[in-house]
Design a protein around this ligand. Structure first.
Ligand code: SF4
Length: 336
């Protein structure tokens, strides 16, 4: 081994595999900075529906640094237009890996680190798929030779840090396949107790969320973060190319809709009774106004009345109209 203390940058999800990869480096007295990437699509610690957890207790216990990095617009661009296409839903996994590794490489160069690590395990996906997509990922992210996968390194060609003696290849592993037995044994050995069960992926792997996102991207050139946040809330109805409605299903969702609305968006409510907040985004034509008002009537507590008074408001003021609630699920054909 060389005298110099090596430094690496880890892609860190907070899950078991990436945690073990870090611990394998720390065991070799290698300095680790773990990058936790955040996007607007979950799998991050600012989102309670996420698969990850607060990394601080672990980083303190084992002695490594964690940095959060939000991928922001760059991630939205690859979701809209992925070079390697989407997975089953709107998840652009190959492009996502490329983006994360490119960002990690930049960070590595900026901080004078020597190489990158991930918690990937050979054979968690079919071998050819792994090799093909990994080759593409390494090439496009420009990380060939500097990306070490400590959990399965012995099954792969030696990387530059191994050849240069910064990392002792003998202490790396040869884990293969989908089983998690070896990882769990290793976690016990390292004293790693509190790790999340493997997650299915980010929100982009969710069918319903993906349908809503596809619809949004198909109808709106500019998408802001409130638009994305709204995709997680309520029932969504695409009325026409210019107008969409979102119906709160409970008080929490009503509050969120109020929070994410913009100044000119119209809010519909049956104020005299228990009512959803209904948001109209887009062009408020007469037909769209009537549709949103009838939706509000349909989901309020007076839905069996022949007519319900609905208040329509935005930042400029309010007015009232009376409409019949939708009957017999007429509105369903518009639902996303
Ligand atoms: S599931 Fe989501 S976060 Fe995970 S690789 Fe795919 S796109 Fe990226």
């Amino acid at each position: 081994m060389a005298d110099k203390k090596a430094k690496c940058v880890a892609l860190f999800s907070g899950g078991l595999d990436s945690s073990l990869a870090i611990l394998l480096m720390l065991r070799q007295n290698i300095d680790v900075t773990a990058l936790m990437f955040l996007t607007h699509f979950g799998c991050d610690i600012v989102d309670k529906s996420s698969c990850s957890q607060d990394p601080e207790p672990m980083s303190k216990k084992f002695g490594f640094t964690v940095k959060m990095m939000h991928l922001g617009e760059k991630f939205i661009d690859i979701v809209r237009n992925p070079k390697y296409g989407h997975g089953k839903n709107m998840n652009p996994c190959v492009d996502c890996r490329i983006l994360m590794l490119s960002e990690a490489k930049q960070f590595m160069e900026m901080t004078g680190a020597d190489f990158l690590i991930t918690g990937e395990v050979l054979g968690q996906r079919p071998k050819s798929q792994f090799r093909n997509s990994m080759n593409a990922v390494e090439r496009d992210a420009d990380v060939e030779g500097i990306l070490l996968r400590p959990l399965c390194a012995k099954l792969l060609e030696p990387t530059i840090p191994e050849k240069e003696g910064l990392v002792d290849r003998e202490q790396l592993l040869d884990i293969n396949g989908r089983g998690r037995k070896r990882q769990m044994e290793l976690a016990r050995k390292f004293g790693l107790e509190d790790y999340p069960t493997p997650a299915a992926g980010c929100l982009l792997t969710d069918k319903k969320y993906s349908e809503r996102l596809r619809d949004l991207m198909g109808h709106q050139e500019q998408i802001n973060f409130d638009d994305l946040n709204l995709l997680r809330v309520g029932r969504h109805f695409r009325f026409n190319d210019d107008a969409k409605m979102i119906v709160g299903r409970n008080e929490i969702e009503n509050d969120k809709i109020e929070r994410y609305k913009e100044y000119h968006d119209l809010i519909f409510e049956a104020k005299q009774t228990g009512s959803p907040i209904v948001l109209l985004k887009g062009v408020p034509s007469d037909d769209a106004l009537e549709f949103a008002a009838r939706l509000t009537a349909r989901y309020c507590d007076l839905k069996h009345e022949p007519e319900v008074e609905i208040t329509i408001s935005n930042g400029d003021g309010e007015r009232k109209i009376k409409v019949p609630p939708f009957k017999n699920s007429e509105e369903k054909q518009f639902q996303l």
